[in-house]
Structure formats: C-alpha cells, structure tokens
Design a protein around this ligand. Structure first.
Ligand code: GDP
Length: 345
C-alpha cells in the first residue's frame, strides 16, 4: 500500500538533508575566526584563571551554535521544497494540496533560526500535520444506520470501480453487526450487473430485489424500500448504473432514483489506483447527486496514494472506508493514520 509514495518521500527527505548540510558547509568556510590570543600574565591569581576559561567557553559555544544552526531564505526553501513537490506530483497528489503543504511548511522554515539537524524533522512533522488536516471528519456510519429503519443507502460510481463488490462487502459488514439488509439491483443497463449482484446476494444469503434488464431503476428502488418496510429489515443497499459520469441520461436516471428512494446516505465508490481521475469523478458525482461520503477501492494495490490524499479535501466529503482486497472482509474503516503509517510518517 502506497509504497511508491513512501519511497519517493524518503528520497526527498534524504535530498533535503544533504542540501541543508551542503549549504552549512559553504557557510562554515566563509568567516575565518581567529582564535583569541591568550596573554598569560606571569603572576596570575587562581580566581582570574577560572574567569578567563569561562569567557573562552562562551566564545566557542557561540561558534559551535553558528555552525549547527541555520536560517533558510525563501529562495533556499523553494530549492529544498522542489524534491518534495516532485515526489508528490509523481504520486498524483492534487496541485492545490501541494500548494497547501508548501505554504504550511514555509511558515515553519523560512527565516527562522533552526538547528540544522532538525530541518527534516520539521519537514516531516509539518507534512504529517497538513496531511492529517486534509481529511473531513468522518461519519459514524453504523450509528447513523441504527438511527433509522429502514436506512437507505445508494452507491454511485463508474463501471469496474468495484462498486458491486463493495456493496457485497458492506452487506457482510452489516450482517456482522447484527443488521439485516436487502439489495436493490438498480443497474438495469447491464444484464451482467444484475447477475453479479445476485451471485453475491446468494452467497451472503440476503434478499435481492431485481426487475428485468432495461427496466426502470427507480421502480426497483421503490420495491426494495417497500420490501424492507414489510419485513422489518434495517438497511436497503442500492446498486446504481455505473457508467460514465458525463452521460446526461444517466445523470437524470440517478436523480430519479434519489427522488423515489430518498436515500439517507449517498456513497461514491471509486478506484484509488486511478489517481486524479477518481478525484474528478467524485467531484462530478457530487455536483449531480450530492454525495455524503466516499469509499475508495483497490487501495491494497495502490502504490501512489494521491487519490486518498486529495479526494476528501477536493470534494469536502469524508472517506468512509477503503477497499483493501477482493474478499468480503476486505472493507476497512478509514482513518488518516492508515495513510500516515503506510507512507512512514
Ligand atoms: P463494478 O463494475 O464497479 O461493480 O466492479 P466489480 O465489483 O465487479 O469489481 C471489479 C473488479 O475489481 C473485480 O475483479 C473485483 O474483485 C475487484 N475489486 C473490487 N474491490 C477491490 C479491492 O478493494 N481490492 C482489489 N484488489 N480488488 C478489488
């Protein structure tokens, strides 16, 4: 998970350390400080000797301080930040976030007296703090679900993003928490989508509401909610058509589903590995249906992590869960620590 990003950051930190060391070496060569000439009077009192020694210590301590502390100018900072910037660009971190990281770091580094050995520590701490602050506070999904019956959840996202698998994982998680659900196969555009969801429903032993291929998805949602009400089920999970977010008819279809099903939670499901694409998709779905939260799938095979870093800040919505594999158990509640730990911060 996010190994490429981790390695790139490590490389950037090493380069920053070297550059700070190199600039200190240059400075060290500049001033030639003459060692004070000691004139020892022959008949010196013991007390006076001690005073002289203390004065000498003061001079050398100051000299040592000069060598071990440094001040970073704005120009030098831009040079130092470049390695970090490059590491993040290579890992699909959104430009606005890189700018934020840079501004936060600049506040802490430029024109401040710093201990040379602590520059990278400050960079790491600042990066950690900024990244941590990028995530919108998450919703306690299970408590929210328990607050209303039936609780209706709509899942949105493009084909192949792992939406069907995520719905199955979600149903499994609900079962583990003692909650009963029904699935609604409201992606009627692809016959395969209905079959795929049915396969999961059978494995999980949950009821699936389906109509024929090509039928009205809103009618399926209506039936699924009625079924949950009649059977006293806790949750309705709706699978929607997962085609491109730019298709106008589909967007209208989604709006109709929302009107009929009145979902309590609208979740965007996207692939972590697509980087900036998934960030754009989520913004587009948010504009159309107003999403409440995000699930990023395939984060187990995502080496870069740019989408995770960028998506919450860009959409203003929380990441609720991460898909971390293909099994039902592979749905992990999101917390910023997962990211920070994986990239070594
Ligand atoms: P849909 O078209 O959006 O419904 O996507 P599917 O649910 O059919 O998933 C597409 C492929 O991605 C399948 O092979 C899934 O097993 C796989 N997949 C889904 N979620 C994850 C995940 O979190 N990690 C990994 N490694 N694969 C996943």
């Amino acid at each position: 998970m996010f190994n490429f990003l981790k390695e790139k950051l490590k490389g950037a930190f090493e380069k920053i350390t070297k550059k700070v060391e190199a600039s200190a070496e240059e400075k060290k060569e500049e001033p030639k400080i003459e060692k004070p000439v000691e004139e020892k009077p022959k008949e010196e009192k013991e007390e006076e000797k001690i005073e002289i020694r203390e004065e000498k210590k003061g001079v050398f301590a100051k000299l040592k301080e000069k060598i071990t502390t440094t001040k970073i100018s704005e120009e030098k900072f831009n040079e130092l930040f470049w390695d970090l910037e490059l590491a993040m660009l290579e890992n699909n971190v959104a430009v606005e976030i890189i700018e934020k990281i840079k501004a936060d770091l600049k506040d802490k580094l430029v024109d401040k007296p710093l201990k040379r050995g602590e520059v990278v520590k400050i960079v790491k701490e600042s990066l950690k703090e900024t990244l941590d602050g990028l995530f919108v506070e998450k919703i306690d999904v299970l408590s929210k679900i328990k607050s209303k019956k039936p609780f209706v959840i709509c899942f949105f996202g493009v084909n192949g993003s792992g939406k069907t698998t995520t719905i199955a994982k979600f149903a499994n998680m609900l079962q583990e928490n003692g909650l009963k659900c029904v699935l609604a196969a409201a992606d009627t555009f692809r016959a395969a989508a209905i079959d795929q969801l049915e396969e999961h429903a059978n494995k999980l032993k949950v009821k699936l509401i389906k109509h024929d291929y090509g039928s009205d998805p809103a009618a399926i949602c209506f039936d699924a909610v009625k079924h949950a009400e009649a059977k006293g089920l806790d949750v309705v999970l709706i699978d929607t058509a997962g085609r491109m977010h730019s298709n106008k008819n589909l967007l209208d279809e989604m709006k109709k589903i929302i009107k009929v099903a009145k979902p309590d939670l609208k979740i965007f499901v996207g692939e972590s590995i697509t980087g900036n694409d998934v960030v754009t998709q989520s913004a587009s779905f948010n504009e159309t249906v107003g999403i409440d939260g995000i699930i990023l799938t395939k984060s187990d095979i995502d080496e870069k992590g740019g989408a995770i870093i960028s998506i919450s800040y860009t959409t203003g919505k929380p990441i609720l869960y991460l898909g971390v594999g293909q099994e039902y158990k592979d749905l992990k509640e999101f917390s910023p620590e997962i990211l920070l730990k994986a990239i070594g911060l």
